[in-house]
Design a protein around this ligand. Structure first.
Ligand SMILES: [Zn+2]
Length: 312
């Protein structure tokens, strides 16, 4: 485990917001393995200590697994359930593309990079809509899935990958920033990869949303694989420090197939979810897609400034 300072303001002064729910082994190690980091893992309610910076309000996991262990874990992730849920993600990303193109303009074969693209669902949809679409992903398994579909997906992270600078018109990060060990560094790297005036799109969970505040310690997104819990205010502050101008930040939900949704509800509340999943299955409704928006996921659109002055 490692202790880290605030990634937004650098302070080392925090208050515990949610105590750890993970039992440490007597030897000092934790019972984490890569399956807890799989995209569809249902480790709801299981997390290390989550703190809030007294200076800037950023919420994050501290202490946490050593960052090299975290990156190594993502490289090893395999997640066949994600492939089953592909259809829901296709619908979600088709919906995400519309507001993106309203701001970025028509694709016209321009380069777009999806960071943390996993099996490349968004890369594939963006290519279909006319973008010169690239992906970046640490999981070797997921990269193989993507490359198997003929997609241009590079294995690695923003730190390690050899990608062309000032090349991309759009960089997207869908449900990725909350997993990163150094989000500020990642945003700075994304800044370098974008053309001047290029668009960064970040979709993540909102710790300050009404639903998160109502649920408190039972908010389902408090989980081991999430190490940063942004709000619209803290993400906006970090983007501005990295040289971006925030254009908009709004709640944006997603689409799930009913069978998958009930499976997730079952993982969270077995007494309700398991019978409901059974009913949905018997009625043959598992494949029906439903929009889900509890207001606790949001998308930020930010433009790379034409002139950037670094802030301390
Ligand atoms: Zn701070």
């Amino acid at each position: 485990m490692e202790y880290v300072c605030c990634n937004l303001c650098g302070a080392d002064s925090t208050v515990v917001r949610y105590p750890s729910t993970i039992e440490e082994h007597p030897a000092g190690g934790c019972s984490s393995d890569w399956s807890a980091y799989a995209c569809t893992h249902s480790g709801y309610g299981r997390h290390h200590t989550i703190v809030q910076c007294r200076e800037c309000g950023l919420v994050y996991t501290n202490p946490r697994l050593d960052q090299h262990d975290i990156v190594g874990t993502y490289e090893a992730v395999q997640d066949p359930l994600y492939l089953e849920e592909r259809e829901g993600r296709v619908l979600t990303f088709e919906h995400h593309l519309k507001p993106l193109e309203r701001i970025a303009g028509p694709p016209g074969g321009r380069p777009l990079l999806d960071v943390g693209c996993y099996t490349g669902v968004f890369v594939e949809i963006a290519a279909r809509y006319g973008w010169d679409s690239w992906g970046l992903e640490p999981s070797r398994w997921a990269v193989e899935q993507a490359q198997g579909r003929g997609l241009r997906v590079v294995q690695g992270t923003l730190d390690t990958a050899d990608l062309p600078e000032a090349h991309f018109d759009v960089v997207t990060m869908w449900d990725v920033i909350e997993h990163l060990t150094d989000p500020r560094d990642a945003l700075e790297r994304a800044y370098c990869l974008l053309k001047p005036g290029g668009l960064l799109v970040v979709h993540t969970i909102d710790i300050d949303s009404l639903f998160a505040r109502m649920m408190g310690a039972r908010w389902p997104w408090l989980m081991e694989m999430h190490i940063y819990y942004f709000s619209r205010r803290t993400l906006r502050a970090m983007l501005e420090r990295c040289g971006f101008e925030v254009i908009s930040d709004k709640p944006q939900g997603r689409y799930l197939r009913l069978g998958y949704l009930m499976n997730r509800v079952g993982a969270l509340m077995p007494l309700v979810g398991r019978p409901a999943e059974g009913i949905v299955t018997r009625l043959g409704l598992r494949g029906v897609s439903v929009p889900v928006d509890l207001g606790d996921l949001f998308t930020v659109y930010a433009r790379k400034s034409w002139q950037f002055r670094a802030q301390p």
